[in-house]
Design a protein around this ligand. Structure first.
Ligand SMILES: [Fe+2]
Length: 296
C-alpha cells in the first residue's frame, strides 16, 4: 500500500468530517490543525504498515505516559525544535542576537521568594560542593537594564528538584529564587552544586529512550528566566561545559553559547555568565509563554 491510499476520496472525506471542517461550528484554526495532525498519523501508519496491535500499544503508551509528557517532548526533540523554529522566525524578522534561548523543561514553579543582593539559593543540606555564579544582564547595545528579575532554578546533587522530589526531603523552593537586580543589572548567587540527572527509572520516557537505543541523561545545568521592562523575556539555561553529557544531552537543551566550563577549586565551582536581552517590540514580548506551570 502506498501514500495514495491517504489521498483516496474515502480517507479525505473522513478527515474533513473528523476535524469538523465540513461544518460551521468550532474554532477554524483548531480544525485545520487537527486535520493535519490526524493526516500525519495516517500517513505514518501507511508508510510503516503499522499493525492494529502496534497502534493500540502506542495509544496505551500515551495513556500510561501522560504524566511524563513534559519529559517525552524534549526527549524526542520537539521542545528544541520549537526553539529552532522561533530562532528562524526571529532571523526572518531581523530579531537575532543576545543570549540564546533554550528549553524551559517541565519543572519551573511559580512564586519562588523574591530576593536581592548576594543570594543563597539552597535551604537544605546537600553532600556536594558549592556553586558560585555571577554576571550582568545587559541590553543589545551593552546598556544597563533597569528593573530586571532573574528567575533561577536547579536540581540538588541527586538530580531532584524541590516540589518534584519523590523523596519529599526538600524544603519548598529549595534551589529556586527570583532575584531582583539593581540598577547595574548585576547578579550573584551561590548554592549547592547541582548534578546532572536521568529521567525517572522505569518511567515512560526511559521506556521510549531504551526502545530507540538512547539514554535519558542531562548534564548538570541551571535554568533561568530573565525579564525586564522594555526587553524580551528570555528562557534559557546554562549547562556545565565539563559534564560528561555536555555534548550528549537527551533533552537537546545544550546550545553553543550556553556551555560555560566551571572554574573548579576544591569543591567549589565558579561560573561567570552574562545575559544579553533583546529589546521588546511590544508588551507581548515582555512576558513568558502561557505554558501551564506549577505554582506553590
Ligand atoms: Fe532541569
Amino acid at each position: 500500500m502506498n501514500q495514495d491510499f491517504v489521498d483516496s476520496p474515502a480517507v479525505q472525506s473522513l478527515l474533513l468530517r473528523a476535524s469538523g471542517l465540513d461544518s460551521d461550528g468550532g474554532d477554524p484554526r483548531l480544525k485545520t490543525i487537527i486535520r493535519d495532525l490526524v493526516e500525519a498519523a495516517m500517513r505514518t501508519i501507511v508508510r510503516h504498515n503499522v499493525t492494529e496491535s502496534e497502534f493500540w500499544n502506542a495509544i496505551k503508551y500515551f495513556q500510561n505516559g501522560a504524566a511524563e509528557f513534559g519529559l517525552i517532548v524534549p526527549g524526542v526533540g520537539l521542545e528544541h525544535f520549537l526553539d529552532l523554529f522561533m530562532d528562524a522566525k526571529d532571523a526572518e524578522a531581523g530579531m537575532s542576537g543576545g543570549t540564546p534561548r533554550t528549553i524551559e523543561g517541565p519543572l519551573y514553579v511559580e512564586g519562588a521568594p523574591l530576593v536581592e543582593g548576594d543570594v543563597n539559593l539552597t535551604e537544605d543540606p546537600d553532600d556536594t560542593g558549592t556553586l558560585y555564579m555571577n554576571g550582568q544582564v545587559r541590553g543589545p547595545d551593552g546598556e544597563l537594564v533597569q528593573g530586571a528579575i532573574l528567575h533561577v532554578w536547579h536540581a540538588n546533587s541527586q538530580g531532584w528538584y524541590s516540589h518534584f522530589d519523590p523523596t519529599r526531603e526538600q524544603t519548598p523552593f529549595n534551589n529556586r529564587r527570583r532575584i531582583k537586580l539593581g540598577a547595574d543589572g548585576r547578579y550573584s548567587f551561590h548554592s549547592k552544586t547541582p548534578n546532572g540527572y536521568s529521567v525517572p527509572p522505569g518511567g515512560a520516557t526511559e521506556m521510549l529512550m531504551k526502545a530507540i537505543g538512547r539514554h535519558g541523561n542531562r548534564p548538570a545545568h541551571v535554568h533561568f528566566f530573565v525579564e525586564a521592562p522594555g526587553y524580551r523575556a528570555l528562557t534559557t539555561q546554562i549547562n556545565f561545559g565539563d559534564d560528561p553529557f555536555a555534548a550528549d544531552d537527551f533533552a537537546f537543551g545544550t546550545r553553543e553559547g550556553l556551555l560555560p566550563v566551571p572554574n573548579r577549586q576544591g569543591d567549589s565551582a565558579y561560573i561567570a555568565f552574562d545575559f544579553v536581552l533583546q529589546r521588546a517590540t511590544g508588551a507581548q514580548d515582555e512576558g513568558f509563554s502561557n505554558r501551564s506551570r506549577s505554582a506553590a
